[in-house]
Ligand binder design. Structure first.
Ligand SMILES: NC(=O)c1ccc[n+]([C@@H]2O[C@H](COP(=O)([O-])OP(=O)(O)OC[C@H]3O[C@@H](n4cnc5c(N)ncnc54)[C@H](O)[C@@H]3O)[C@@H](O)[C@H]2O)c1
Ligand SMILES: [Zn+2]
Ligand SMILES: [Zn+2]
Length: 395
C-alpha cells in the first residue's frame, strides 16, 4: 500500500510499504477514506519529538471503512468509522476512569523506557506519533491496523460525510476538552493563544459553554478572521501588546481563563522565544513555552489555565511565581478522545457544531509532502489539510 513516511526533519515521502495485518484478536483493519495533517504532526516534521525512525508511517487523524476484523473486534466489515488518536484498552485503571490518553496497556513494554524516564511513568500509545508512544503505524496511509477496535472507533451513520466527522479523531474533542479544562462559567472572559484548528475549536467550544467574551491571539490575519467569524475578539500579537490589551479588556484584573493552543513551537521575536529557538535547535531545552508564559501572566488571580498545546520535554524560566502566587488552576493533557466522541457526534448531527469551516485544502495522499510543507510554511491560508487516499492527483 501507499503511506506517508518520515525520513528526517522536513523530509516526508509517500512510499510503498507492506499492508497492515491483524496481529491481535481485538484488531481491525481500516481502509482510510480521509486523514488530516495536525499541528502535532508539525512537531514530528520539525524533528522536535524524539524517537522517530526513518520509514515510520505518520498520521493520527483518520477515518475509513472496516475491511477486516479480528475475532475480538466488535466492528463489522463495511462500517464507516472514525478512529480516536489515543489507543486505549478500555480495561485498565485509567481507561475505567475515562482518562483514555493515559491507558497503561497500549504502549508495549519495550517502548516505555524513554517516556518513563521523562515523565515518571510511561506514556500510553498514540497512532503515528513516534516510538515514545508505541511506534504504531499511523493513518496517513491507504490502510491502517487499529488495535483495541472494540473500544475506540466511532461508527458513523451514512448520511454524515467525512468532512463533518473526521475531526472527532482529535482536534474537535481536543478543543472541547481545552474549554472544559478552562472550567468556563457564564460570565467568563477567556483568552485563547493560537488560532490553528485546536485554538479555533477551543474558541467554538468556549462560546458554546457560555463564555461571555472570547479573545483570540495569533499573528496570521486569515486565522484571526476565522476566529472573529466564530464570535471572538482578536489580537494580532505582531501589532498589539498582548498583556496590556488583555488587562484593558478584562477591566484591569486579568482574564478569568486562558487557553494555550500553541504548544512547544511558539512563533514570534520575543526574547525568551528567540533564545528557545536556538536552544531547541541545539537540543538543550526542548520546549518553547512563550505562549504558556504569556498565558500565566495574563490570567487573573484565582483564574484557570488550560493547556491543550503539546509540550514534550523541559523548559527554563517557567513563571512558577505567577502560577503559585496567583493561585491558578492548571489543567492539561493529551485528549481523552473516547470520553467525548458520542456527545460531539450528537452535536454534529444536530448542527450545533460546524466542523468544516477550517478546512482549507483537500489533497490526494500522494501529495501529502506538499501538504506538510505548506501547512508549515503557509500557515495563514493553509488552515487544515485533508488527505484523500482515493483521490486522483491534482496534477
Ligand atoms: N492535547 C492534545 O491532545 C492535542 C491534540 C491535537 C493538537 N495538540 C496541540 O495543539 C497545538 C495546536 O495545534 P494546531 O493543530 O492548532 O496547530 P497549528 O500549528 O495549526 O496552530 C498553532 C497556531 O499557534 C499560533 N501561534 C504560534 N505562536 C504564537 C504565539 N506566540 N501567540 C499566539 N499564537 C501563536 C500559530 O500562528 C498557529 O496559528 C499543537 O501544539 C498541537 O500539538 C494537542
Ligand atoms: Zn492531531
Ligand atoms: Zn487502558
Amino acid at each position: 500500500m501507499r503511506a506517508l513516511t518520515w525520513h528526517g526533519t522536513h523530509d516526508v515521502r509517500v512510499d510503498t510499504v507492506d499492508d497492515p495485518e491483524i496481529v491481535n484478536p481485538r484488531d481491525a483493519i481500516i481502509k482510510v477514506t480521509s486523514t488530516a495533517i495536525c499541528g502535532s504532526d508539525l512537531h514530528l516534521y520539525d524533528g522536535v519529538i524524539p524517537s522517530l525512525k526513518p520509514g515510520d508511517i505518520l498520521g493520527h487523524e483518520f477515518m475509513g471503512e472496516v475491511v477486516e476484523t479480528g475475532s475480538g473486534s466488535t466492528l463489522k466489515k463495511g462500517q464507516r468509522v472514525v478512529i480516536p488518536f489515543t489507543i486505549s484498552c478500555g480495561g485498565c485503571f485509567h481507561c475505567k476512569v475515562q482518562q483514555y490518553s493515559a491507558c497503561e496497556n497500549s504502549n508495549p513494554a519495550e517502548k516505555q523506557d524513554l517516556s518513563a524516564a521523562l515523565y515518571g511513568q510511561p506514556m500510553s500509545a498514540l497512532f503515528g506519533y513516534s516510538h515514545l508512544t508505541g511506534g504504531y503505524s499511523g493513518g496517513q496511509a491507504e490502510y491502517v491496523r487499529v488495535p483495541f477496535s472494540d473500544v475506540g472507533p466511532v461508527v458513523i451513520p451514512d448520511h454524515l460525510e467525512d468532512d463533518k466527522v473526521l475531526f472527532l479523531s482529535d482536534i474537535l474533542p481536543t478543543g472541547w476538552m481545552a474549554a472544559e479544562n478552562a472550567d468556563i462559567q457564564p460570565d467568563d472572559t477567556v483568552a485563547v493563544w493560537g488560532c490553528g484548528p485546536v485554538g479555533l475549536f477551543a474558541i467554538q467550544s468556549a462560546i458554546l459553554m457560555g463564555a461571555s467574551k472570547v479573545i483570540a491571539i495569533d499573528h496570521y490575519p486569515h486565522r484571526l478572521e476565522l476566529a472573529k467569524k466564530l464570535g471572538a475578539e482578536v489580537i494580532n500579537f505582531r501589532e498589539t501588546h498582548v498583556q496590556d490589551a488583555l488587562m484593558e479588556m478584562s477591566g484591569g484584573i486579568g482574564v478569568d481563563a486562558v487557553i494555550d493552543a500553541v504548544g512547544m513551537e511558539a512563533h514570534g521575536f520575543a526574547f525568551d522565544n528567540m533564545l528557545e529557538v536556538v536552544k531547541q535547535k541545539v537540543g538543550i531545552g526542548a520546549d518553547r513555552a512563550h505562549a504558556l508564559r504569556m498565558a500565566l501572566m495574563a490570567v487573573r488571580f484565582g483564574g484557570k489555565v488550560s493547556v491543550p498545546g503539546v509540550y514534550g520535554g523541559m523548559t527554563d524560566k517557567f513563571p512558577t511565581g505567577a502560577m503559585m502566587e496567583k493561585g491558578v488552576q492548571l489543567r492539561t493533557g493529551q485528549t481523552h478522545v473516547q470520553k467525548y466522541t458520542a456527545k460531539l457526534l450528537e452535536m454534529i448531527e444536530q448542527d450545533k457544531i460546524d466542523t468544516t469551516f477550517l478546512i482549507s485544502h483537500r489533497l490526494p495522499l500522494e501529495e501529502a509532502p506538499r501538504g506538510y510543507k505548506n501547512f508549515k510554511e503557509e500557515q495563514d491560508s493553509w488552515t487544515k489539510v485533508i488527505l484523500k487516499p482515493g483521490m486522483a492527483a491534482t496534477g
